[in-house]
Design a protein around this ligand. Structure first.
Ligand code: TA6
Length: 291
């Protein structure tokens, strides 16, 4: 295993961030004059062959163990493969961006065999007052293939026990812990290990009374919203996760996973976008929860 090089810095007047070419993995972002919005574990590995624990891992071409339940590595090979930096610079709105590509030629042969299709994945990250991430997958072959994908965003929160997640009221979800379908009622609060895949295309708001802010997560081209917090026991079981760090993070992921894979015929493309903005906490946001 080799230690990863320093990430590429992206900075402009309204915000700054950084991204590794390894996994095209965004590892930091904050609007100007704000606390970091993305979280990375103090115990994260920074070496080839392992995923960085935090930021925004790109899950592709499958999610978790895949729909067969036996795929390896977890969440696919994209986040543990070196992507090619295609371009970087400032866009017409003065925001800093970088764009990476991944094709089968970049993937280790033993991993390439797990997904025997011709594709190009292109990931563009744009930082400013808003973080915008766009993952475009193109079928460059002659057949049709299905894939799963997710932008597995680790958000930095002041205390996960006090946040309130809105935008999911009435939405059906699969509870991966209880292994059953359920329906969300009202705001979602974190009161234990939480691992839920919502059939959901809209906006999610994470109100954080500890940090006095609301994170607004919007998306395009996504039928699945995943919410994950490992809570105490699972954090202790993960070597790359300090025991109490579950209190400072919450994953809200935009994707197309499990029952909602993407199908591409030859020559077709699909784009998945997740954007994150920071707003001050308002009186309309749910009240704080006692920790
Ligand atoms: O997105 C939630 C999840 O699928 C959880 O089940 C948990 O496994 C998490 O991803 C982290 O996965 P990782 O492979 O990065 O440890």
């Amino acid at each position: 295993m080799t230690r990863l090089p320093e990430p590429l810095s992206l900075s402009c007047a309204d915000g700054s961030g950084s991204v590794l070419s390894y996994g095209a993995h965004v590892v930091s972002w904050a609007p100007e004059d704000h606390e970091p919005v993305l979280w990375v574990s103090s115990r994260s590995y920074y070496e080839t062959g392992r995923a960085v624990r935090g930021g925004v891992p790109i899950c592709f071409p499958w999610f978790g163990p895949g729909r067969t339940g036996d795929m390896d590595p977890a969440h696919g090979f994209a986040r543990i493969t070196e992507w090619q930096l295609a371009e970087q610079g400032e866009d017409t709105e003065g925001h800093a961006y970088a764009e990476f590509t991944l094709t089968p030629a970049d993937v280790a042969e033993h991993l390439r065999e797990t997904f025997p299709h011709e594709f190009e994945a292109r990931f563009r990250v744009t930082v400013g007052a808003r973080l915008r991430m766009a993952l475009t997958v193109t079928n460059t072959g002659t057949g049709t293939f299905d894939f799963e994908e997710a932008l597995h965003s680790y958000l930095h929160v002041g205390d996960s026990r006090r946040v309130s997640v809105t935008g999911l009221d009435g939405v059906s979800y699969y509870d991966k812990l209880a292994k059953e379908q359920r329906r969300q009622s009202g705001e979602l609060t974190i009161t234990g290990e939480t691992d839920a895949v919502f059939a959901h295309r809209g906006e999610v708001r994470v109100s954080d009374p500890e940090l006095g802010r609301t994170l607004v997560i919007t998306k395009e081209g996504s039928d699945s919203t995943v919410v994950w917090n490992p809570w105490a026991d699972k954090s202790v079981a993960m070597a790359d996760f300090a025991d109490d760090e579950w209190q400072q993070m919450l994953c809200v992921e935009a994707g197309n996973v499990m029952g909602s894979p993407v199908r591409l015929a030859a020559g077709e493309s699909h784009i998945l976008v997740q954007s994150i903005e920071v707003q001050e906490l308002t009186a309309q946001d749910p009240a704080a929860h006692d920790a």
